[in-house]
Design a protein around this ligand. Structure first.
Ligand SMILES: [Cu+2]
Length: 478
C-alpha cells in the first residue's frame, strides 16, 4: 500500500509538468452483488436476428457526397418535413411489408438483438463503432425511402445549453400524427436534460480522455462517455429510451446517438494523441446489417473509423475543440497506486492540485469497474460522503461530484453484461475541496436522483480503482 505523498511531484519534469495520476484502490467487488433476474428464453425471441439471411456481402465503399449531419434543432422547415417523411415511410413498412428489414420496428430490433446475451455491443470498445455502423445503414435506408441519398441524420446536441429540450421536430405535434413522436417518453416537450448529465464538466471529462481505453473502452469495459452523458440521456428521455431492447423504437434515439457519434469524432479531432485502437482484434470486429436495398452486409470496425471519407458525412465544428485549452498529456506516474487501499488527499499534494486547476488545468476523479445497482434504469448522484449523499442537495452543494446512469436491458429488469463500468468526473476546485482532508478508506457514495428523503438509500461506492488525475495547461515559452 502506498499513500499519495509529495515525492510524486518531485518526479515530474519541471517545464512540461505532465499529468499526475494518483490512485487508491478500494478492493475488487464480489461479482453478482446486484444480480439480475432470470427470465424465460421466450422473452429473447423478439430480439433475434430476422430469418436466415445467409452469408453477408462485405460492405465495400460509399460513393455519396460528403455532407454534414446537422443539429436537429437547426433544421429548416423543409428539412423537418423531409425527416418526418423518411420516418413516415419507414413506419409504413411495418404494416405494408412486415418482413421488410428496413421497416421501423425491424430497425429498432437491430439494436435489441445486438444488446442481448449473445452479442453485446455496450460496455466495451464495440460501443462507438457498432453504433456508428448502425446509424450509417439506418441513414441510408431513410434516404432511399425518400429517394434522396443526400439525406443525413440530424443530431441532438444536448451539450448546447439552449438545445436541452427534445428537438422540436420530435415533439411537434406531440402525438402519433408525428412520425418522430414516441408516446412512452417520460420527458415532456418543455422538460430539459439536466446540466449535470450533459454539461461542460461532463463533456470535458470525456473529451479530454487521453487514451481510447479511457474514452471508448476496452474489449471488456466501457469508456467514460458511455455512462454520462450517453446513458443519462437514455434514462432522462425515459420510456422506450430507458432500456436497450426498446430504445430504437424512439426516433430520437438516432438523433441522440448521432450526437454520441459526434463526441467520438470530436475526441479524435481534439488531439493528435487521440487515436483509435490499432490492434486487429478491434479493427476486425465485424457486424451485419441490412442496407437500403435489403442486402445483408457485413462491415468491420476498421471501415467506420473515418466517417468523412468512409461513410460520407461530417459534423460541424465543436465548441469544445475551440474552447479546450491545450492540455498536456495525462499519464500514470506510479501505477502501483492503483492498488493501494486508502486515499490521502491533503497537504502539499492537495495544494498543488488545487493550483493546477486554478490555473486552467484539469482534474478528474476516476472510478474503474464501478459496481452499481442493476434493478432499475436510473440516474444516481455521486457524493464525496454518505452524509452528503443522504442530503442529496444536488449540483453545487458540498460533496456533490456528478452523475452515474444505469440503463437496463429491458423492462423485465435484466442487465445482460458482466463488463466493467469505468467513469470519470471533472473536478472543480469546489469538488476537490469536498474531497480534501480525506485520509483513509474512500467514503464516496451514490444515491438515486429524485427520490424523497425518507426513501433515499445511500449506496457505498465499490470499485476496483478510485483514481485522481491532473493535467496542467501547456504554456508557450515567452
Ligand atoms: Cu444508446
Amino acid at each position: 500500500m502506498s499513500n499519495l505523498d509529495d515525492r510524486m511531484w518531485a518526479t515530474m519534469p519541471s517545464r512540461r509538468s505532465f499529468l499526475q495520476r494518483m490512485g487508491l484502490g478500494v478492493g475488487v467487488l464480489g461479482a453478482g452483488l446486484f444480480g439480475g433476474l432470470a427470465l424465460p428464453e421466450s422473452v429473447l425471441a423478439v430480439c433475434e436476428p430476422p430469418g436466415n439471411p445467409g452469408t453477408p456481402k462485405p460492405w465495400r465503399k460509399d460513393c455519396r457526397m460528403i455532407l454534414p449531419r446537422r443539429p436537429a434543432s437547426t433544421l429548416s422547415a423543409a428539412e423537418i418535413t423531409q425527416l418526418k417523411d423518411a420516418y413516415k415511410a419507414m413506419r409504413a413498412l411495418d404494416s405494408s411489408a412486415p418482413n421488410d428489414p428496413r421497416g421501423f420496428l425491424r430497425q429498432a430490433n437491430v439494436h435489441c438483438w445486438y444488446c442481448g446475451e449473445g452479442t453485446q455491443v455496450h460496455f466495451s470498445w464495440q460501443f462507438f463503432a457498432w453504433h456508428r455502423a448502425y446509424l450509417y445503414f439506418h441513414e441510408r435506408i431513410l434516404g432511399k425511402l425518400i429517394g434522396d441519398m443526400n439525406f443525413r441524420l440530424p443530431y441532438w446536441d444536448w451539450d448546447t445549453p439552449s438545445h436541452r429540450k427534445l428537438p422540436g421536430a420530435y415533439t411537434d405535434p406531440n402525438d402519433n400524427s408525428n412520425p418522430l413522436w414516441n408516446g412512452t417518453r417520460n420527458m415532456d416537450p418543455t422538460d430539459e436534460i439536466p446540466e449535470e448529465d450533459v454539461g461542460e464538466d461532463v463533456m470535458e471529462a470525456a473529451l479530454t480522455a487521453d487514451t481510447f481505453t479511457e474514452f471508448g473502452g476496452t474489449a471488456s469495459g466501457s469508456g467514460i462517455p458511455e455512462g454520462t452523458p450517453h446513458g443519462a440521456v437514455h434514462v432522462d428521455v425515459g420510456g422506450d429510451m430507458g432500456f436497450f431492447d426498446s430504445a430504437g423504437k424512439d426516433p430520437v434515439f438516432y438523433a441522440h446517438h448521432a450526437n454520441v457519434d459526434k463526441m467520438w469524432s470530436d475526441w479524435n479531432k481534439a488531439s493528435s494523441i487521440h487515436t483509435n485502437p490499432t490492434v486487429t482484434t478491434f479493427l476486425n470486429l465485424t457486424w451485419n446489417f441490412y442496407d437500403e436495398n435489403k442486402v445483408w452486409r457485413s462491415i468491420k470496425a476498421s471501415q467506420v473509423l473515418n466517417h468523412d471519407t468512409q461513410l460520407r458525412y461530417t459534423y460541424g465544428p465543436s465548441k469544445f475543440l475551440e474552447q479546450l485549452p491545450c492540455l498536456l498529456d495525462w499519464f500514470p506516474i506510479k501505477t502501483d497506486w492503483r492498488v493501494s487501499q486508502t486515499l490521502k488527499f491533503a497537504g502539499q499534494t492537495r495544494a498543488k492540485m488545487m493550483k493546477v486547476v486554478e490555473q486552467g488545468g484539469r482534474a478528474r476523479l476516476h472510478l474503474n469497474e464501478l459496481a452499481v445497482p442493476t434493478d432499475k434504469s436510473a440516474v444516481y448522484r455521486l457524493y464525496a460522503t454518505p452524509e452528503a449523499a443522504k442530503a442529496d442537495e444536488g449540483p453545487g452543494s458540498k460533496g456533490y461530484l456528478g452523475t452515474v446512469p444505469v440503463v437496463l436491458n429491458d423492462r423485465e429488469r435484466r442487465h445482460l453484461s458482466k463488463n466493467a463500468r469505468n467513469i470519470a468526473l471533472r473536478l472543480s476546485t469546489a469538488k476537490l475541496d469536498a474531497l480534501s482532508g480525506t485520509v483513509g478508506p474512500v467514503r464516496l457514495a451514490l444515491v438515486e436522483r429524485g427520490v424523497k428523503p425518507e426513501a433515499r438509500k445511500v449506496i457505498p461506492v465499490r470499485a476496483k480503482d478510485v483514481l485522481l488525475s491532473v493535467a496542467e495547461v501547456e504554456r508557450e515559452e515567452r
